[in-house]
Design a protein around this ligand. Sequence first.
Ligand code: UD1
Ligand code: UDP
Length: 370
Amino acid sequence: MLSHPRKKILCIIGTRPEAIKMAPLILGLKEQDWVEVRILATAQHRDLLDQTLMDFSIVPDIDLDIMQPNQSLISLTGKLLLELDKVLLAEKPDAVLAQGDTTTVLAASLACFYAGVPFGHIEAGLRTGDINSPFPEEANRVMTGVLAHWHFAPTSSAAENLLAERTPGHKVFITGNTVIDALHYTAAREISLSVPLDHTKRMILVTAHRRENFGQPFVDICTAIKMIAVNNPDVEVLFPVHPNPSIRTVAYELLGNVANLHLVNPLGYQEFVMAMKLASFIISDSGGVQEEAPALGKPVLVMRESSERPEAIAAGCSRLVGTDVGVIVGEAEKLLNNPDEYKKMAIGVSPYGDGKASARIIGVLREHFC
Ligand code: UD1
Ligand code: UDP
């Protein structure tokens, strides 16, 4: 018999990375007898979210189905706030949890602040210090950092960022990143890739989607990826293309006809993890991939000017290459042709967690509520 009534915890997810990073926490909370877990999908991403939730067998209780083709940040934020207002009134949760720095997270933390519901921020404290990079994520996480009640920081440097902003120390908890929990859960299961690759060749895995890279920087990224593929016919390049039209249209237009460059639809999480395991190295502007690849011993060339994930760069397993064609191609050629350079980066460290982040977050919430 429980001495207290169960606490209602509403978990909000909007995009692919939020689903991946919230999944271990949702599955862990569901095992707690003191929690009633409710899952709200804003569906800021429709296809990518559904694809990812299926991998973790998670079914949302509420679905706002908010995604529109080519959605603008302002209309998305406005719609989310209005819909979240209704949900918070109807559900009356004891706490709300959301992860990261998307528009869904900013709207969720603001709605909770207005409604007086304590908000727990998963992956708190990441900063580049440049409000425009990444855009709009740096602004989203800074604003959410002001509004949140619990700050679950993945690393000590993320916690230090929060303390430097005068976040009260008793609200900051260093937990590790739940993405490593998700990776452990998934990487143990071997599956075969649906993409027909020549497995006798080395493979480079590519992803790109950042808004600050739209336009000329993404054209430059495509030029670099094409040069790498054309210059190295003994290598396979696998590029699962993000559905954002600003990425997809350009990628298919510029990279369509190269025999060893495979443009494919986004891969489900299990298959993408398999692709990371099979890759020689990864070229990406993704946040999550910067955390997962080091844990799998895969070097990452990060196509950004700055990163809020300095730990992997400091450890030597990822390198900022920006979007300059010459730099991207030069760094990739180094990894392909210089075994010592490759060995230096393929070291297999996990600065973002040990796979127990969700358990630590649940522990903090249990302590608070029970
Ligand atoms: C969003 C997040 C970004 C996160 C990324 C993860 C914001 C502002 N951006 O970027 O922080 O790193 O997700 O991938 O919160 N689309 C589809 N199907 C989908 C998903 C997207 O067609 O399943 C298309 C739609 O046309 C949609 C567009 O992509 O309007 C943009 O989606 P949006 O969520 O606004 O931005 P992302 O670039 O995906
Ligand atoms: N990912 C995936 N399928 C793909 C590409 C990426 O499942 O085709 C996963 C990847 O392993 C990581 C997450 O999606 O966990 C990263 O998402 P994304 O790059 O879209 O967003 P970000 O992390 O930059 O916010």
